[in-house]
Design a binder for this molecule. Structure first.
Ligand SMILES: Cc1ncc(COP(=O)(O)O)c(C=O)c1O
Length: 396
């Protein structure tokens, strides 16, 4: 397992002088002064297929259905989209719930776990991030407890490293049979591309089954090819009880989220009447259907391309002078550079931005999340900028 960042949470907090975005295209953003930036942030796992992704953009431009569908009615494309999501998802996930984004999907997952198990405790990873609702904040980093004084009680956390020893600590908690769900990102991008041990993940699934706790995989950031698999939980051949998705599902063209569950959980939820006024708006559905059909059609080619580009990034990064104690962590196109000090990361981010490359920095980690479809020339140009900024830093 790779070493996690000390407390890396990338809550889309950017440097103080915010970029005034005017236009985006492929892997490039333009600011209001017409300056061009190579984008290695891509809206933080939203623009997986490049800005202006043709299929989703066209689907929304050509959309000619109802302006809106009241959740009390039904709408054929909702069923089509649910079927597509279920077909792409790990086996056993058969129902999809409508949401407007990742936080709402996570809240639905917590709700489903409480209703299905009749329990109220949760277990999650220390320093994690699952969104901005009270439920999502409750299961994320402990520091939220100091900021918001009335979060859900009974939210326990375990700390990385996630290894065999940690399974013992998990079992101590789960065996009390009070924990409704364990929720985590299968590859934690928010923890600076923290990749759990395969032994830990299969043990976790076994313990959840043994003690009647649901396993919730938050794939909001890691889903849709980001880590080199369609969903990151496939690295461990897991069959989660619940999965949350959002971000790249519409290629960034419209907002959307979804919670996927098993039949048994849906039955406890009374077959899924979770009201969300704008959940799965018809135009969002059009964008998602187009994106998922594209993903389904080009699945092998897309994932092969991710792995090829990932290899190129890794090779280039390992050849750079990042620092003796720095670490490079790569899982597909989720890439973290852990530098020695937080100041190094924010300094590098600022230098890159000045030189025309966008990256994120939190604590001592710089994160690179390029489009899965980035072409070699743009990837090379971005990495050249990064390398020259690192070189200038080393020489400073
Ligand atoms: C792992 C994870 N879960 C949930 C969310 C929340 O998603 P949203 O911002 O769409 O509500 C995020 C957002 O960054 C995330 O990274």
């Amino acid at each position: 397992m790779s070493k996690p960042a000390a407390s890396a949470r990338f809550l889309a907090r950017e440097s103080p002088a915010k970029l005034q975005v005017a236009r985006s295209e492929g892997s490039v953003l333009y600011d209001s002064a017409g300056r061009k930036y190579i984008d290695f942030v891509m809206g933080w796992c939203v623009g997986n297929f490049g800005w202006g992704a043709a299929a989703a953009t066209r689907a929304v431009e050509r959309y000619s259905g109802p302006d809106y569908v009241y959740p009390g009615y039904t709408y054929a494309p909702w069923h089509e989209l649910a079927a597509l999501l279920v077909a792409l998802a790990p086996r056993g996930l058969t129902k999809a719930y409508r949401a407007t984004g990742g936080s709402e999907a996570v809240d639905l997952a917590l709700q489903a776990a409480m209703v299905h198990t009749g329990r109220k405790r949760f277990l999650s990873l220390e320093e994690s991030y699952h969104g901005n609702t009270i439920g999502a904040l409750s299961v994320a980093a402990s520091e939220n407890r100091e900021r918001c004084r009335n979060l859900l009680a009974g939210c326990d956390r375990i700390k990385a490293p996630l290894d065999a020893k940690k399974l013992g600590a998990v079992e101590q908690r789960l065996k009390r049979r009070e924990t409704a769900a364990v929720i985590m990102e299968p590859v934690s991008i928010n923890l600076g591309v923290m990749v759990p041990d395969a032994f830990f993940m299969s043990g976790l699934q076994r313990l959840c089954r043994r003690y009647g706790t649901l396993l919730v995989m938050d794939e909001v950031a890691s889903g849709f090819g980001r880590t080199g698999k369609q969903f990151a939980c496939e690295h461990y051949d897991l069959t989660p009880d619940v999965m949350c998705i959002a971000k790249a599902v519409t290629a960034g063209v419209m907002p959307m989220g979804a919670m996927l569950s098993t039949d048994a959980i849906a039955k406890s939820m009374q077959d899924g009447n979770a009201y969300s006024t704008y959940g799965w708006h018809p135009r969002s559905v059009a964008a998602a259907l187009a994106t998922l059909r594209y993903v389904e059609r080009h699945r092998e080619r897309l994932l092969e391309r991710v792995m090829k580009t990932s290899g190129y990034f890794e090779e280039r990064l390992l050849a750079m002078r990042i620092g003796a104690r720095a670490e490079v962590r790569v899982k597909g196109l989720a890439i973290a550079l852990e530098l020695e000090r937080p100041a190094d990361a924010s300094d590098l981010q600022k230098r890159c931005r000045k030189a025309g490359l966008l990256v994120t920095a939190e604590d001592s980690v710089v994160l690179l999340l390029p489009a899965l479809t980035i072409d070699r020339a743009t990837a090379a140009a971005g990495l050249d900028i990064l390398e020259s900024c690192l070189r200038r830093r080393a020489g400073a």
